[in-house]
Design a protein around this ligand. Structure first.
Ligand code: PLP
Length: 487
């Protein structure tokens, strides 16, 4: 298969697919049984026989795209992943063709230099001290959280690398922390029992007044608290913990402060929203995903640390074919070998995606893009609040909105399932304050106040349909004309 020809054929299928999805044509997603999908894509035959040429590729791609999710669709409102922009997509294509795994400088000087530059830019956005601060890009926020907590463990228990993790450490976080935090505790050998659940308010935000009691509880259990994790923002609600209050407490008690900004750190780029992150400049470590709000494909995340050396100390290991002592290479190494501070060995050219995005839009343009998604989410909240049969418990701070349709927790789940089965609207759900909510995340530029009115109508219809079929609830009032503020 010749590259230029294959790319042309792919683009000829892909570009109209993306246009149709953005225009709201076709279902948001399809979920046929896996055996049916394997059959339609002729997976077994292609694997056995090979021989896919450019024409066959184009035909096959049509099916492949039809059987996937259309994130560009205005009613694609379920998850936090970005709708990739063209410059970022081009970076993926180039990476796919050249494969410069730049964890070692000699394996891609351009990509490695871009990564270092992008990390430096992120460090400055977060206001971490320079030049001491540093970081690395990782394949996802979960890995960034793991890496940050590894650095925290190394700072408090330097022998853990050789002797194994002490069994009496305690990690303080809210119950609504992303699940990757608990996983990191498991993977790092701290054990999930090391997690001390912090008190929260009725929207699952950290209650700073409860921090001293949590610390006492950890001590009473014979544990040594070493790290405090806050959400900026919480995955479920999109609401920010009070970082400054957490920083005060962490400072007083010698705790490593990790700000999980996987989703919300991108708000730093918007002058209208960055106040939600006040205090982030006091963090010991920060996780920041570009593949959520910055229009790049998965994956592209960063772990940033206040003291770059802390990251080097987190990984103490030898592999003679990769790591060289300084006296072997001399001080004049032309560039950094980033694998000394990352879990990954082979790594993709993650920084190039974000760089090309910035190169096209500029940091201000990208910040405006973030603010635009937040604004549409705010409009969604305003519409839901006014609509009979719906309730929305808080004013959103990001592009994430939680709400309920009249009915019990099981009804929320049933409505989502119904919408999923129809394929017209894709929502997620989350437990907030102990109650199941429907959850929408505005990521597509095609989602506007106008498309939301239609989407909310469909949700109301699905709710009525579920009520009729289960006779468990009274149907909500039928959709009326859109409120005047719908614009
Ligand atoms: C999405 C998210 C993560 C996980 O990031 P991945 O890139 O999906 O691994 C971690 N923390 C928070 C707060 C998130 O929203």
């Amino acid at each position: 298969m010749e590259l230029a020809e294959a790319i042309a054929a792919t683009t000829a299928v892909l570009a109209p697919h993306l246009d149709r999805a953005s225009a709201g044509e076709g279902p948001v997603l399809a979920r046929p049984p896996v055996a049916e999908v394997a059959e339609r894509l002729q997976l077994a035959r292609w694997i056995r026989d090979g021989g896919m040429d450019v024409d066959a590729l184009a035909a096959w791609l049509e099916d492949y795209l039809a059987l996937g999710i259309r994130l560009q669709h205005p009613a694609s409102l379920a998850h936090q992943v970005a709708v990739p922009d063209t410059p970022a997509a081009v970076a993926d294509l180039v990476h796919g063709a050249i494969n410069n795994p730049m964890g070692i400088y000699e394996m891609g000087a351009a990509a490695a230099t871009i990564e270092v530059t992008i990390v430096d830019w992120m460090v400055r956005q977060a206001g971490l001290p320079q030049p001491a601060a540093g970081g690395v890009l990782t394949h996802g926020g979960s890995l960034a959280n793991l890496t940050a907590l590894l650095a925290a463990r190394a700072a408090h228990a330097p022998d853990a690398w050789t002797a194994g993790a002490p069994h009496d450490l305690a990690l303080l976080c809210t119950p609504s922390a992303h699940y990757s935090i608990a996983r990191a505790a498991g993977i790092l050998g701290l054990g999930t029992d090391a997690i001390v659940a912090l008190p929260v308010d009725d929207l699952d935000r950290l209650d700073p007044a409860g921090l001293p009691r949590a610390l006492e509880r950890a001590h009473a259990a014979g544990r040594r608290p070493f790290a405090l994790v806050v959400a900026a923002c919480a995955t479920s609600t999109g609401l920010f913990d009070d970082i400054a209050a957490a920083a005060d407490f962490a400072e007083q008690h010698g705790l490593w402060l990790h700000v999980d900004g996987a989703h919300g750190a991108s708000a730093l780029l918007s002058p209208a929203h960055r106040h939600h992150l006040a205090g982030i400049e006091r963090a010991d470590s920060i996780t920041w995903d570009a593949h959520k709000l910055l229009r790049v494909s998965g994956l592209c995340a960063a772990v940033l640390v206040r003291d770059a050396q802390a990251l080097e100390r987190a990984f103490r290991q030898d592999a003679s074919y990769l790591f060289y002592d300084d006296d072997e290479t001399g001080d004049d190494a032309p560039g950094p070998d980033l694998l000394s501070r990352a879990v990954e060995c082979t790594k993709a050219e993650l920084g190039t995606k974000l760089f090309l995005e910035l190169a096209a839009r500029g940091e201000r343009g990208l910040g405006e893009d973030v603010a635009a998604r937040f604004a549409v989410a705010h409009q969604a909240w305003a519409l839901l609040r006014e609509r009979p049969g719906f309730s929305a418990p808080y004013e959103p701070q990001t592009n994430i909105v939680c709400f309920r349709v009249d009915g019990d927790d099981a009804h929320q789940v049933a409505v989502r399932e119904r919408l999923l089965a129809d394929g017209d609207v894709h929502l997620s759900s989350a437990v907030v304050g102990g109650r199941r909510h429907l959850r929408l995340v505005v990521t597509a530029p095609s989602t506007t106040a106008a498309t939301l009115v239609d989407t909310i109508d469909r949700i109301a219809q699905a709710s009525s349909a579920v009520c009729r079929s289960s006779s468990r609830c009274t149907p909500p009032p039928s959709p009326g004309p859109p409120p005047a503020s719908a614009g």
